[in-house]
Design a protein around this ligand. Structure first.
Ligand code: AMP
Ligand code: MG
Length: 347
């Protein structure tokens, strides 16, 4: 693998300088955050940001999140921060929370997709913070993957699809959280979650702030429908293999649904992505079984899920069933991704 900077153990000053040179001359890099890997460029340069859209094949109407490493940089992108936004920053930054703020038009119009707002976050990952700080400019970065595919949580998963399309890869090992940041917007003193993530509705409610989930979090969005977070309407996270989501329920009900599907489709090669605790039920069913983590450990599942979605295409099956989980805490975010990955096929 070429152009790879291995920052897993430590960030070497001489190599960091090379990364800074790439960004400051309008180049783009793959780098780790605590959520997923990003493809980063100087958010203030049209020429650089344009390269991100080309590398990903990303639709132009889908805005990018701007990553900052300190509060001085925040002033470069917005001047309008309300009390609730400030409280969210104090509590959750650096961390996996993106806040939609009024843009002061200092970032490229391509970043905001022409909207008057800008999504901003301070990532909770040392390597990311060091890179952004050293470049001394806000970094626009969508998830590192070709548009429509699952986001990258380790370099090995995305290297092949992005090699030759970016100027460098920074390896920080596997990401901690594994799914993208929570995206929120504050309206009339209510926090609206446009995209759920590790920072959950419950976490925000604990601050004594009113929170709602945008109606599109679990709903299919028609192509011409107006949505607040344009990313919601695009095909997302889907393996090439047909996938079907099993709604969370009592153990025996979930297992029976799978059993029934297997019996009704004797000619299909079937795989199941399931809770560790359920694999014992599927062992004798003559289907491939991939454990996603424990039913009692949502964070373990969130770390694994995108890698598993990519792995499904290597299984050589006709259909892959995926066990769903409770829509609470980070489970809400995992289900938001799985429903889209399964293109709304639910059993
Ligand atoms: P990704 O970069 O792939 O993690 O996707 C970024 C997400 O943030 C997409 O769902 C975007 O629609 C959303 N987003 C970014 N900026 C804004 C904005 N200004 N207003 C609403 N949503 C935004
Ligand atoms: Mg993405």
């Amino acid at each position: 693998m070429n152009n790879i900077y291995d920052f897993k153990q430590n960030v070497k000053k001489s190599e960091l300088d090379q990364i800074v040179k790439i960004i400051n001359s309008g180049g783009i890099i793959v780098f780790p955050t605590e959520t997923v890997y990003g493809i980063g460029a100087d958010a203030t340069r049209d020429d650089a940001v344009k390269k991100i859209f080309i590398a990903k094949g990303r639709p132009q109407d889908n805005p990018l999140i701007v990553h900052i490493s300190n509060y001085n940089m925040l002033e470069k992108v917005t001047t309008d921060i309300g009390d609730i936004e400030r409280r969210l920053m104090e509590k959750f930054w650096p961390g996996p929370l993106t806040i939609i703020l009024k843009s002061n038009n200092n970032v490229s119009k391509l970043v905001t997709a022409g909207l008057s707002t800008v999504g901003v976050r301070m990532p909770g990952n040392d390597i990311a913070l060091k890179i952004i700080g050293a470049c001394n400019t806000p970094i626009a970065a969508p998830s590192a993957n070709v548009s429509g595919k699952p986001s990258g949580t380790k370099l090995e998963d995305i290297y092949d699809e992005l090699k030759g399309k970016v100027d460098a890869f920074v390896d920080g090992g596997e990401t901690d959280i594994g799914i993208e940041s929570t995206v929120v917007k504050v309206e009339n003193s209510v926090v609206k979650i446009l995209r759920p993530g590790k920072i959950s509705l419950e976490d925000i409610e604990d601050l004594g702030i009113k929170v709602t989930l945008d109606e599109h979090v679990f709903k299919d969005v028609k192509h011409d429908e107006k949505v607040e977070s344009p990313g919601m309407k695009h095909r997302h996270y889907a393996p090439n293999t047909k996938t079907i989501l099993i709604e969370f329920d009592k153990d025996n009900i979930m297992v029976d649904k799978v059993d029934k599907y297997i019996k009704e489709n004797p000619s299909l090669k079937i795989a199941i992505v399931c809770f560790k605790e359920h694999s014992i039920y599927y062992i004798n069913k003559n289907i491939k079984c991939i454990e996603m983590g424990s039913v009692n450990n949502q964070l373990e599942i969130s770390r694994n899920i995108f890698s598993i979605l990519r792995f499904i295409d290597k299984l050589d099956v006709d259909v892959c069933l995926i066990e769903g989980m409770k829509k609470e805490y980070i489970g809400t975010a995992i289900m938001n991704r799985l429903i889209r990955a399964c293109e709304y096929n639910i059993l």
